[in-house]
Design a protein around this ligand. Sequence first.
Ligand code: XMP
Length: 317
Amino acid sequence: SWTPDNFVDMTVDVLKEQLGNDKVVLALSGGVDSSVAAVLLHKAIGENLHCIFVNNGLLRKNEFEKVLERYEGMDLNVKGVDASDRFMKALKGLEDPELKRKAIGRTFIEVFDDEAHKIKDVKWLGQGTIYPDVIESISVKGPSATIKSHHNVGGLPDFMKLKVVEPLRMLFKDEVRRVGASMDMDAALLGRHPFPGPGLAIRILGDITPEKVRILQEVDDIFISGLKSWGLYDKVWQAGAILLPVNSVGVMGDERTYEKCVALRAVESTDGMTADWVNLPYDFLQKTSNDIINRVKGVNRVVYDISSKPPATIEWE
Ligand code: XMP
């Protein structure tokens, strides 16, 4: 019968056989799938696995530094590449969600390609593709096209002529987590909420500026740290904040303000295909709203999203 331990032993043997002395390059995202894939590959081929972790400038507050440190602590051969400016340039003036996704996807490939070419004689591209990604990539090729062009699968450069190795291709998310746990990976890493590849760019409605990114990072950090300290983080499938392209009137002391509005979103789901909004405690929402408005300059209003998917989606873009 299938057990995570058996899966690890078998997969490591297969990878050793398949890869021999070849080098593999893999893009780490900080998420569960790419991290578990990296640890498996590392077990099989050690230093021949070259990981690249790109900062697109659209990650959560301090995430790049924190995650890079964690990867280094796991002994992975990882290179952090801060390409924030390049992404910000590519996004300049873009308002349409799909154009933003395309610009980010394209820039990611350019950055990754530059880095991968610095590794001599690399033969393989490692990916953290899991079974639902495989299914989705088949279904999005259908005539109904995409609702949103997720680029978890097939988004990496074919033109590099690399062979692809995807050790998690047959697994569901919960199995990936169990495999990670059986390799003694950090529970905090394995329990992370999903986070979209285009990051905060699709949670800032409209065009992206460094100032908007900074505001949303602060808001998101207050919300997510709050969920953790109230013991709610693990009860929620995914959560985040959205910066709305709306100013509203407020009052602070004797002054009238005219500042930004943010929406908080927390959902329950099993696979992201359908989702329900979470009934977070009023006390928590009240405290979080106060913290955000008092601490984040430029925000004077907080709302909570009570829409389910369908007909809404999890992300607003
Ligand atoms: P939606 O908004 O479609 O989101 O209900 C479902 C899940 O997919 C994530 N998502 C993305 N992930 N690239 C990604 O890698 C994307 O462009 C993208 N758009 C949405 C979303 O965060 C949720 O987990």
